[in-house]
Design a protein. Sequence first.
Length: 256
Amino acid sequence: MATSTEEKTRSTPERIFNSLNAYQETAALKTAIELDVFTAIGEGSNDATTLAGKVGAAERGIRILCDFLTIHGFLTKDANRYALTDESARVLDRRSPACLASIADFLGSESHKQSFDALTAAVRKGGTADATGDNTRPNDEYWVRFAHAMAPLSVPSARFLAGILSADEGKACKVLDLAAGHGTYGVTVAKTIPHAEIVAVDWPNVLQVAMDNAHSHGVAARYSIRPGSAFDSDLGGGYDYRGVHGAQLHPRRNPR
């Protein structure tokens, strides 16, 4: 039987209140990322005056923002000096090799916010209320933003998948990367396996991001692209592995 304290806890509207105000935390975190607050603090600008000058913002605004971030566990504060938490130092300071700050450009985008603002209409309709409707047609602004912003999030899983394939790294292989996006999965496989050939399929402007990443990592000679829809394009054949945005890599025992 629940105690009176447990019953009282269950009956409070705290969770409802927090859920309805969660957008405030999203906005504050996105603002801090856009202003590079975490990087500036990591570099030593750790009081409101110095930090405001570093990021080009009002001292009062920075102080209120950083106090809010401290309350919500993204920063710590001792007297008037702010510091990064271990988590913020690892994934929000742009100097960190594990930095994920760029994902705010996509996950916190206005188009995402607008979709959830229309959720009531979508529920009434029983489907999307967005004018685009689905992902079967080119949507360059949306998916190019995805490709630029979300690549760091894919690095750990891309390395894991490449490690699975690298057990046979002495053997040449041909990999099809459907919906390649930023190309991180295919590029990582190509870097890990010297004889791997990658074929990436996605919309043309998105594939330009993937190809740029292939060039920057020195694997462009083994990275080719097939622009178009994964549903309609000629995907070619002879693949040893096929994956959809790196989610799975399926071996083909009888390549076409």
